[in-house]
Design a protein around this ligand. Structure first.
Ligand SMILES: [Zn+2]
Length: 307
């Protein structure tokens, strides 16, 4: 089935059940296996794939992500649960093209820094390209702040998405999803981002396409049901997953036996630091899947009134 129709089927199901779709970023084979393992164990769909904005620019320019994307495609096709492959936050059209050739169901290009006119022009190119592959496109309007101190210095204050511009942008580009800025913060851990739920509701009304929230790691967990009620249909999580993965590697690499690398391939058990990291990440991925993709709005009105 084409990526676009697979995505819209998943969105319809998610909305019927009062859920959102979890976009859990992967960056290597172990993280991919952990995320699909979590999805299979819980019987919940997941969207996964590499994101290019927090990747080494030279690696990206050389198309280094193509083998990882191919692994995502194969793993998704073998999965017992629905897995959609995303190429997230491409910087250039050429990267989008590589992603589509690699079998991405969904592509997204970073355009938050552009003017509205340039953004529309660039995003229309992405939509035109993706159409040939039957893939879906996530557009971006407004720029989430970045939590990482080394990037924060270079960036201006958050640029919240404007509802009228969202209406115009969606009708001018034909995107299938819209990533919005409503107080969400990239690479931010600890769940303290000040989310503007009222703005999310206005945007859902104006945009008339499902909304996406980047920076899920920084969203207070108790806000997630209200975000879903407000119209957010996909929540992206990367920083929290990476943090858990690398934390496990740092802990395990010092343990006795961690150097006996010749016994490790496929065994996936301690003391292999990558196995430890994979197991830790699988737990973290399950936690996020339950937060985002399990029944959230059993009591929609009660939740809604809290915010
Ligand atoms: Zn993002």
């Amino acid at each position: 089935m084409e990526g676009r129709s697979r995505l819209s089927n998943l969105i319809v199901q998610a909305r019927l059940n009062g859920r959102a779709l979890a976009h859990l970023e992967c960056w290597n084979l172990e993280s991919l296996e952990a995320i699909i393992g979590a999805s299979n164990r819980l019987g919940l769909p997941v969207i996964t794939g590499p994101g290019l904005s927090f990747a080494d620019p030279q690696w990206v320019a050389d198309g280094g992500f193509a083998p990882l994307l191919a692994a995502c495609r194969r793993a998704a096709d073998r999965s017992a649960t629905p897995v959609l492959v995303v190429l997230n936050e491409a910087n250039r059209l050429e990267e989008v093209r590589l992603g589509l050739e690699g079998g991405a169901d969904l592509v997204m290009m970073t355009t938050a820094d552009l003017s509205l006119e340039e953004n529309i022009e660039r995003t229309r190119e992405v939509v035109g390209l993706a159409r040939d592959y039957g893939a879906a496109v996530e557009g971006e309007l407004g720029g989430p702040e970045t939590g990482a101190p080394e990037r924060r210095e270079k960036e201006a204050a958050p640029n919240f998405t404007d509802p009228e511009q969202a209406r115009l942008f969606v009708s001018a580009t034909g995107v299938n999803l819209l990533a919005v800025s409503v107080g969400n913060v990239h690479t931010h851990l600890g769940g303290r981002a000040a989310i503007k739920l009222g703005r999310a509701e206005q945007l859902a009304e104006a945009a008339q396409v499902p909304l996406v929230l980047h920076g899920g790691s920084g969203v207070p967990p108790e806000t997630i049901p209200a975000l879903i009620a407000a119209g957010i249909v996909k929540i992206n999580v990367g920083a929290a997953l990476r943090s858990r993965f690398w934390g496990a590697i740092r802990r395990t690499a010092r343990q006795p036996g961690a150097h006996r690398s010749y016994i490790w391939l496929g065994r996936m058990s301690p003391p292999d630091p990558l196995a430890e990291a994979r197991l830790a990440l699988e737990q973290e991925a399950e936690r996020w899947l339950k937060l985002i993709a399990r029944n959230q709005i059993a009591n929609r009105h009660e939740i809604h009134n809290q915010y």
